[in-house]
Write a protein that binds this ligand. Structure first.
Ligand code: PMV
Length: 361
């Protein structure tokens, strides 16, 4: 697949009536982390994630008639309120994809969105927001231009477009487990879009992710800034190699139902991500003391109890506790009586392996 496969065309005649489409799209949690980019939002290493279920964005995109064509005009609503800051980011993104959707300057746009999870709760809201918007754009393309794609072509295009908004968003377009970034370990993998993983042992369809909230504040360093700090990073070359190896080994573990190797690789990735932040020029730290306390307890509790639990971290302080459905009772007890017992926030979000986005209008 090449970039030109995704370029579209202008509307042949002006729009007469408003046209709306709506999608619900989930967030995802990366097990192998994308960290560092190049070119037009291309990853420097492959990444692998699980699409979540309950944490999603619902977006309604409306195209309205417009007299003159020009720059993208967007009226943006978040949680029922007009939001200038988010609207600006969305407008910038839409302006950047007018080569794919040349009709964007021929209509007025209204985007209404809301999340099922609190903003900045340690869930990647950009992944759900941009995947929902990308799916809406592809659906509008069908409605306005009569572009008919089959299911696979449609998802591929949506993943390609979502990537341009936020890299990790391209993986949310697919259910279950997805890989983004070219790797020899997975046929058909690409830097341009994510691909779904088909060889998944049934034990992994029972994966759960309880997000233990350590801090809800906006992060001191954004992920865009974090990606930038990988340029010229002293460990950059070694990191790319490590991510390739971890992706290959994790795909094997997922295929074979190998929980032990899954746990080993996932924790190695989480700690590497944060180590890369700390060792960049102008190093920074997104873990809080409470993050360190909780992840240390998870490792100790695994040794003490033999439970198949592990943690991962996003670019933030909150801890994603990963475990399997059949141990939900024991893990629940561990969270309540131990991990979150002395935590000031005492907030958790329980999520699990998801079935992917849904068209709702
Ligand atoms: O998609 P971005 O630019 O917000 O970057 C996401 C980076 C991580 O969440 C840390 C890792 C990942 O692969 O999702």
């Amino acid at each position: 697949m090449t970039n030109s496969d995704f370029y579209g065309s202008e509307l042949s005649s002006a729009l007469a009536e408003p046209v709306s489409v709506s999608w619900q799209s989930p967030s995802n949690i990366a097990f192998v982390k994308y960290w560092g980019k190049t070119g037009r939002q291309l990853p420097v290493n492959p990444s692998l994630s699980m699409t979540l279920s309950k944490a999603y964005t619902e977006s309604k995109l409306t195209a309205l008639p417009r007299e003159n064509k020009g720059e993208v005009e967007l009226d943006f609503w978040f949680e029922g309120i007009q939001n200038a800051a988010f609207g600006e980011r969305m407008t910038k993104f839409l302006q950047s994809v007018t080569d794919i959707f040349p009709w964007l300057g021929q209509v007025n746009l209204k985007l209404e969105t809301h999340n099922t999870f609190p903003h900045s709760a340690g869930i990647a809201s950009s992944a759900s927001a941009f995947s929902a918007l990308a799916l809406c754009l592809c659906s509008l393309d069908t409605e306005l231009n009569g572009i008919m794609l089959d299911e696979t072509e449609f998802r591929n295009k949506a993943s390609y477009v979502a990537r341009l908004g936020s890299g990790s968003a391209c993986r949310s377009v697919f259910p279950g487990i997805a890989v983004w970034g070219k790797t020899k370990a997975l046929a058909g993998s690409s830097d341009l879009l994510a691909v779904p993983v088909s060889e998944i042992h049934p034990v992994f369809a029972a994966l759960r992710d309880s997000i233990l909230i350590v801090n809800k504040k906006e992060k001191a360093v954004s992920s865009s800034e974090g990606h930038n700090r990988m340029i010229g990073h002293p460990f950059a070359e070694a990191r790319v190699k490590q991510a390739g190896k971890n992706t290959a080994e994790l795909l094997e573990a997922i295929k074979n139902g190998d929980k032990k190797n899954f746990i080993r690789i996932v924790e190695n990735e989480a700690l590497t991500l944060h180590a890369l932040m700390m060792t960049s020029d102008e190093g920074f730290m997104l873990m809080h003391p409470e993050t360190v306390r909780i992840i240390s307890r998870i490792q100790e509790a695994r040794k003490e109890t033999g439970l198949d639990i592990c943690f991962t971290l996003d670019a933030g302080p909150n801890v994603h506790l990963l475990f399997f459905e059949d141990q939900i009772e024991q893990v629940n007890k561990l969270i309540v009586e131990d991990l979150l017992k002395n935590n000031e926030q005492n907030v958790r979000i329980d999520d699990f392996y998801g079935t992917g986005p849904l068209k709702i209008g």
